[in-house]
Design a protein around this ligand. Structure first.
Ligand SMILES: Nc1ncnc2c1ncn2[C@@H]1O[C@H](COP(=O)(O)OP(=O)(O)OP(=O)(O)O)[C@@H](O)[C@H]1O
Length: 303
């Protein structure tokens, strides 16, 4: 039976363990409720819901050890973010379970869970405390967080809805990277932000990984994946196709992508040929005579 993530902090063994993990979503209806929405609306299904179900992920099993940095690779829509959300415990699997031994610092979305109507300062305190930081800890680190995020002091007391997406990501990353939780889940956030900020993020992640932290990274950047990850999970068609080193995972993904592109190219060429043939056939008169002249036209089809 499906169970939410479990959080334990004892020693040996894998820090993340997924067994037969699967989740189903519905098509043509409201999306599945997140854990936060379940607190508000309860565990009831949407009564107006209708449509078919589909399993973006099924039968996924793996173990991740302490200090591992694992990259999740795969095409758009194959369930990478969904997998990360199940590890984070914000999405409950419908099959199997995932055990997480240790606290998780999640960078799952660009805004780190910020509330648009609160100011940058209020969000830092709110989200920091939700992740277990005490007010004193936040007080002590507040200036570092704002400095790292490069938010000008005049903006820190402005609602974050007025921030650019880059500002939100920078503040989110600056805050979450202050957490000392042993497990980091990072979803594509490195793709946003300018070059200088990216370099700072790289240095911050290097520092965190040096402390034997575990990281799971979802990214379409081969450069980032190769830079940080020692392992790669390749998700293909909703299941775990490969659990290997990052270079082999990327090689397999690239090979499949290349084959798919070739296949599509062949299909497009065949389609184009068929369309050309149809046009060609349309030009030919039925009796093989002049184009546009009807077979039984007594007028002879023109002068
Ligand atoms: N809450 C939800 N309700 C319904 N369908 C969802 C929900 N979240 C994701 N999906 C669907 O599940 C599939 C997997 O989505 P997911 O975001 O995990 O893919 P991904 O591999 O991270 O994609 P990308 O590389 O584009 O970020 C997609 O078809 C998506 O539309």
């Amino acid at each position: 039976m499906a169970q939410p993530s479990t959080y334990e902090t004892d020693g040996a063994g894998p820090v993340i363990e997924a067994k037969g993990l699967g989740v189903k979503f519905a098509v043509n209806r409201r999306r599945k409720r997140s854990l936060r929405e379940m607190f508000i609306h309860g565990n009831k299904r949407d009564p107006n819901a209708e449509g078919d179900e589909f399993w973006p992920l099924r039968d996924v099993s793996f173990e991740i050890g302490k200090g591992d940095c694992v990259g999740i690779v795969g095409k758009n829509g194959t369930g990478k973010s969904t997998l990360l959300k199940m590890i984070a415990g914000v999405l409950i699997p419908d099959e199997g379970n995932v055990s997480v031994h240790g606290k998780v610092a999640p960078l799952l979305e660009l805004r780190a869970g910020f509330n648009d109507n609160l100011t940058g300062r209020e969000n830092v305190y709110l989200v920091g405390s939700l992740h277990g930081m005490s007010e004193k800890q936040i007080d002590e680190r507040f200036d570092d967080i704002v400095d790292f995020a490069e938010i000008k002091s005049k903006f820190i007391d402005t609602p974050v809805r007025h921030y650019s997406s880059g500002m939100k990501v920078r503040l989110g990353f600056a805050l979450i990277s202050q957490l000392e939780h042993p497990i980091m889940l990072v979803d594509e956030v490195l793709a946003v932000g300018d070059k200088a900020f990216k370099l700072k993020c790289y240095a911050a992640i290097d520092r965190m990984l040096a402390n034997e932290r575990t990281m799971v990274l979802v990214s379409h950047s081969e450069k980032d994946l190769r830079r940080f990850c020692n392992r790669g999970l390749y998700i293909r068609n909703g299941s775990l196709a490969l659990d290997t080193d990052i270079d082999s995972a990327l090689a397999a993904y690239n090979k499949d992508t290349k084959a798919e592109v070739e296949e599509r190219k062949k299909r497009d060429e065949a389609k184009k040929k068929r369309a050309e043939q149809k046009t060609e056939d349309g030009k030919k008169p039925e009796d093989g005579g002049e184009p546009g002249r009807k077979k039984d036209d007594p007028s002879g089809g023109g002068q």
